[in-house]
Design a protein around this ligand. Structure first.
Ligand SMILES: Cc1ncc(COP(=O)(O)O)c(C=O)c1O
Length: 376
């Protein structure tokens, strides 16, 4: 059995479905379920008798795996409950002053817009950069920035068009203006490499339920050393301090690590599952997964074009491709087609009157053929 076959073996979802909806919610691999079952067994049979070791081990493993995924040190990793919650840490914690501005991108998924909107209401100059045929141009970001730009927040991969931004270029701009570089990474990490240190990223938030193949409610955050200096947790939880079990010392300092952004009890079941998923992804290798996902998405793009479909995702260079392919065809009622595909157990999303097709590394060309056969 080759490695892709054994990877596919982790996904019983394949027995019933052609699952092409990883840009929405991924199915769980067996390893994630196994880790969650183990944790549930532990809590069911032993309660918290083995705490804090059980939790400690998960947190340590999670920080190590997160650091491996993002090419950083475990101390820079923290856990988020959702992408929005993690982005909220940045939005509520960056000390904006009168005259400061913030750069965002128009028509991104609202998880990376909504948490910033209270700043706009408070009078922060929020600059929205347009998307051009699904792309976010570095020149547009550059034109929106100046020396009063405190932060730029962009999606690594656009949820609709699938455009993957060159984070190194955005990082350069942010360094030039001494702005914090914040990334909503949920549509990319797990499938594509995001080297936060090489790209000068300051802050990342991503829940694990898409390309990381984990459960909802558990995700990864990253904060660079300068983000730790600048982003003050608006919610200072009891776990944010150096010695949380020194309950009555209210004067003690915050943790020096990114764990200062974790406030209280963990979503332990979710974390257990996410650890299984990350272990699985890293055992295959993110570079190999990216190659495979690009290969699958190229294959479906080819098939769509030969059937007269228009592909809206920017795919001129390999670097801008992702696992998301958005396509439509004139005269095709996408709602109607969506119902037919659902009846045929082909799972994907309908977005903006188009099909959003999002294969992961365990999918095959045969899966895509089953979809294409229904698009005649
Ligand atoms: C770009 C992007 N960010 C965030 C999310 C989800 O945010 P959250 O984890 O807060 O539900 C999605 C999709 O659901 C998304 O496409």
């Amino acid at each position: 059995m080759d490695k892709w076959e054994s990877f596919r073996g982790q996904f019983p979802v394949c027995d019933e479905y052609v699952y092409l909806n990883h840009a929405a919610v991924s199915p769980l691999p067996l390893l994630a379920k196994q880790k969650m079952d183990q944790y549930l067994e532990e809590r069911t049979k032993h309660g918290a008798a083995h705490y804090p070791d059980v939790i400690w081990e998960m947190l340590t493993n999670g920080r190590n795996l997160g650091a491996q995924l993002l090419n950083t040190k475990p101390d820079q990793i923290f856990f988020v409950r959702s992408t929005s919650q993690g982005l909220g840490v940045a939005a509520t914690g960056i000390p904006f002053e009168a005259g400061d501005n913030l750069v965002l991108v128009e028509k991104e998924f609202p998880a990376n817009l909504r948490p910033w909107m209270p700043l706009k209401r408070r009078g922060v100059d929020v600059r929205l950069v347009p998307q051009r045929q699904g792309r976010v141009l570095i020149d547009d970001l550059a034109a929106a920035m100046d020396d009063r730009t405190r932060a730029v927040s962009v999606s690594f991969v656009q949820f609709l068009s699938g455009f993957r931004i060159d984070c190194a270029k955005v990082g350069e701009l942010c360094r030039k203006h001494d702005a914090l570089f914040v990334v909503d990474a949920i549509q990319g990490i797990g499938a594509f490499d995001l080297d936060v240190e090489a790209c000068g990223v300051d802050f990342v938030s991503a829940c694990s339920h898409k390309w990381m193949l984990g459960p909802e409610g558990a995700g990864l955050g990253y904060a660079s050393p300068r983000a730790l200096e600048r982003i003050v947790p608006a919610l200072e939880g009891w776990l944010a301090v150096e010695n949380p079990f020194d309950f009555f010392d209210l004067e003690q300092p915050l943790k020096s690590t990114a764990a200062r952004y974790e406030e209280g009890a963990y979503n332990s079941v979710g974390l257990a599952g996410m650890l299984g998923s990350l272990e699985l992804l890293l055992s295959i290798g993110i570079d190999q997964l990216s190659e495979r996902i690009i290969g699958l998405s190229d294959y479906v793009v080819e098939g769509l074009k030969t059937r007269g479909w228009q592909v809206h995702s920017p795919r001129k260079t390999k670097a801008e491709k992702s696992g998301i392919v958005l396509a439509s065809k004139e005269g095709v009622d996408s709602e109607e087609l969506g119902k037919r595909l659902k009846a045929e157990k082909i799972e994907l999303s309908l977005r903006a009157g188009a099909l959003r097709i999002a294969p992961h590394g365990y999918n095959t060309n045969e899966d895509l053929d089953r979809l294409l056969a229904l698009l005649k």
